[in-house]
Design a protein around this ligand. Structure first.
Ligand SMILES: Nc1ncnc2c1ncn2[C@@H]1O[C@H](COP(=O)(O)OS(=O)(=O)O)[C@@H](OP(=O)(O)O)[C@H]1O
Ligand SMILES: Nc1ncnc2c1ncn2[C@@H]1O[C@H](COP(=O)(O)OP(=O)(O)O)[C@@H](O)[C@H]1O
Length: 199
């Protein structure tokens, strides 16, 4: 429940279905989840670029970026990560209502938090994409030098090292980014969207 009992939902005049018809495609959230360095930002942006070039309406919500603004009040403790994902879920829902394909790139380490976001969407709208990549590979990549800092104790509660990552139990798509190229990974995701008639 919200903080007031005096709120009334206002139905928008233009429906999500109207927007789908106008855009010529359905909307959904591509929920990328995985360790730091598993490839979330890279793939979310590559998929977004492919969709944009092909004339689809799409957008990326990225962990680092959102934590600079909307969620800059949140830490990496368990309850703040939970709140982070709850807010992103709400933002992603707005994008889906607006008729777009939104790619979200957040570690989102907890099963329960991802399940709660999934429950906010209609059937088929929430597409969980698990970037399955061994931590050794993520750590070797270390694109931002964060694993090195986490190993020497400069970053507390670092996912995979001093904070848990709960593996998805039934994701729609699994991409092994340790052995697949970026191009192959993008193709796999676009194939899924076409098969499900989202595109
Ligand atoms: N302690 C700790 N653990 C994990 N990650 C950390 C931490 N501190 C900072 N960072 C940086 O923040 C990015 C992850 O933010 P998220 O919002 O995706 O995290 S979470 O979903 O709330 O767990 C993450 O981005 P990615 O590397 O793209 O995953 C890091 O750049
Ligand atoms: N199949 C792949 N998908 C995504 N990234 C890949 C893949 N193969 C190699 N990489 C590399 O892995 C790194 C992933 O970094 P990044 O996208 O920042 O990860 P994250 O957002 O999960 O922290 C990049 O340097 C990227 O070029």
């Amino acid at each position: 429940m919200g903080k007031s009992n005096h709120l009334t939902w206002h139905q928008s005049t233009i429906t999500k279905t109207d927007r789908h018809q106008e855009n010529g495609h359905k909307s959904c959230v591509l929920w990328f989840t995985g360790l730091s360095g598993s490839g979330k930002s890279t793939l979310a942006n590559a998929v977004d670029q492919a969709l944009f070039k092909a004339g689809f309406r799409s957008y990326v919500l990225d962990g680092d970026n959102i934590r600079h603004g909307l969620n800059k009040d949140l830490s990496f403790g368990v309850s703040d990560r939970k709140e982070n994902i709850r807010r992103i879920g709400e933002v992603a829902k707005l994008f889906v209502d607006s008729g777009q394909i939104v790619s979200s790139a957040f570690i989102s380490p907890f099963l329960e938090d991802r399940a709660q976001v999934r429950n906010m969407f209609e059937n088929g709208e929430f597409i969980e994409i698990f970037l399955n990549c061994p931590i050794q590979i993520c750590e070797d990549r270390d694109p931002k030098g964060l694993y090195r800092k986490a190993r020497i104790g400069e970053i507390p509660e670092f996912t995979g090292i001093s904070s848990p990552y709960e593996i998805p139990d039934n994701p729609e798509i699994i991409i092994e980014t340790g052995r697949m190229s970026i191009e192959e990974s993008v193709k796999e995701i676009l194939k899924y969207l076409k098969e499900r008639k989202i595109l």
